[in-house]
Design a binder for this molecule. Structure first.
Ligand code: NAD
Length: 378
């Protein structure tokens, strides 16, 4: 297996806790790069509110160019109350939506695993969450977040509208990603929609069924309505393996699924397209309520860096090492405010990053690169 020794990373810390957790991911990445003989070429750029304040654009041309030119992109988070005025025409989130569109990042992969050391932290009964290990495949560049929207005069006042549209092509390509991933895991796929009400969901359901029947006959497909899926996720999460769903439903269900892991601050994500760089970011937002207090959990960001190593850079030994270091530190009892457990020490953001970096430097791990299951969509 040929592994690129050096990699060019576009670094977009963004807003709120974004820069705080990003600093810890870089700390850990530097350790594994050093350990496994890789060279990281990092270019830091503005995005979101930070970019709006400086150059009046949430995605400056310079940032987009740097992302296009990179092997992978690491992003912290964007947004915050400073830019929340509903009357504002330009908002930080538009930078992220445009970046996803410009780079064709249509597949958002969100693994949710319940780490054994976190079972006592999760606000659900251990017998419900133990062994839960699922992967949500969320469509990322279509649906209601990208449909026509606006306001118009109405007899009873102003009327606002957003439109959920999906084409067969958009559904087919995300169904193929999910089918491939389901085939690499347990062979089970759950498609989540609202086909009892929404026309876009009826097209979603028939298209996913056709793609699975014609192209992935070995995958066992079932369909669940989104309201029922929301209930089953916390009632019996172990019955799911790979889930595929639309942009809006995926956004909501993955926040809910983060409860299974113990905290939103633990979870990574990858956004991938047919080609070009992948974008890696934690599932959480900019958490303005805790920004600047040194208590943001950096594990979601660090785990996103591990996914980047595995899926975009093919640095599989480095990825394994980061994930093993995170597991080891949690098993050792290191906790933070969002995953506090009585009797266990509470770490700051920087202390947690340092502890994981130290574990990554010292842990005994297999240093051989290995063939990873090909997770990239195409
Ligand atoms: P959020 O994810 O920022 O925070 C939700 C809750 O989780 C908060 O109580 C926060 O303190 C906590 N939390 C989040 N990350 C944490 C971490 N790493 N460690 C410990 N606790 C953590 O969601 P929100 O409050 O709804 O949104 C805040 C801002 O973030 C908004 O402007 C929103 O638009 C933006 N946002 C951005 C992204 C992104 O950049 N991809 C995603 C979601 C929300």
């Amino acid at each position: 297996m040929v592994v690129e020794v050096s990699a060019k990373i576009a670094l977009l810390p963004g807003d709120g806790i974004g820069p705080e957790v990003m600093a810890e991911a870089i700390k850990v990445l530097n350790v594994v790069a050093d350990r496994f003989g890789h060279v990281l070429e990092v270019e830091e750029k503005l995005v979101g509110g930070a970019a709006l304040d400086r150059v009046n654009s949430p995605l400056p041309d310079e940032t987009l160019a740097s992302c296009r030119d990179a092997d992978a992109i690491l992003l912290g988070a964007v947004g915050g109350p400073k830019w929340d005025d509903p009357e504002r025409s330009i908002r930080p989130e538009q930078g992220l939506l445009r970046l996803r569109t410009e780079l064709g990042l249509f597949a958002n992969l969100r693994p949710v695993r319940v780490h054994p050391a976190m079972v006592g932290v999760v606000p659900l009964r251990p017998d419900i969450v133990e062994g839960a290990d699922l992967l949500v495949v969320r469509e990322l560049t279509g649906g209601i977040y990208f449909g026509a929207r606006g306001r118009r005069e109405h007899a009873s006042g102003v009327q606002a509208f957003d439109t959920m549209t999906y084409s067969t092509g958009e559904i087919e390509r995300i169904a193929r990603v999910a089918g491939r991933l389901a085939g690499q895991r347990s062979g089970r796929l759950t498609s989540v929609d609202k086909a009892n009400i929404l026309e876009s969901s009826r097209l979603w359901r028939s298209t996913v069924s056709r793609v699975m029947r014609d192209e992935f006959p070995e995958v066992q497909l079932d369909h669940v309505l989104v309201d029922a899926a929301a209930m089953y996720l916390i009632q019996r999460p172990t019955c799911f393996d790979v889930l595929v769903t639309s942009n809006l439903f995926g956004d909501i269900l993955t926040d809910e699924a983060s409860v299974l892991a113990g905290s939103m601050g633990l979870l990574p994500s990858a956004s991938l397209g047919s080609d070009g760089p992948g974008l890696y970011e934690p599932v959480h937002g900019s958490a303005p309520d805790i920004a600047g207090r040194g208590i943001a959990n950096p594990i979601g960001m660090i785990a996103s860096a591990a996914l980047m190593c595995r899926w975009s850079l093919k640095w599989t030994a480095a990825a394994d090492c980061i994930e093993a270091a995170v597991a080891c530190v949690l098993e050792d009892g290191a906790r933070m405010a969002d995953i506090a457990e009585s009797g266990k020490p509470l770490f700051s953001t920087a202390e947690m990053g340092t502890k994981i970096a130290e574990a990554a430097a010292q842990l005994e791990v297999d240093t051989e690169e290995h063939q990873e299951t090909p997770c990239v969509p195409t």
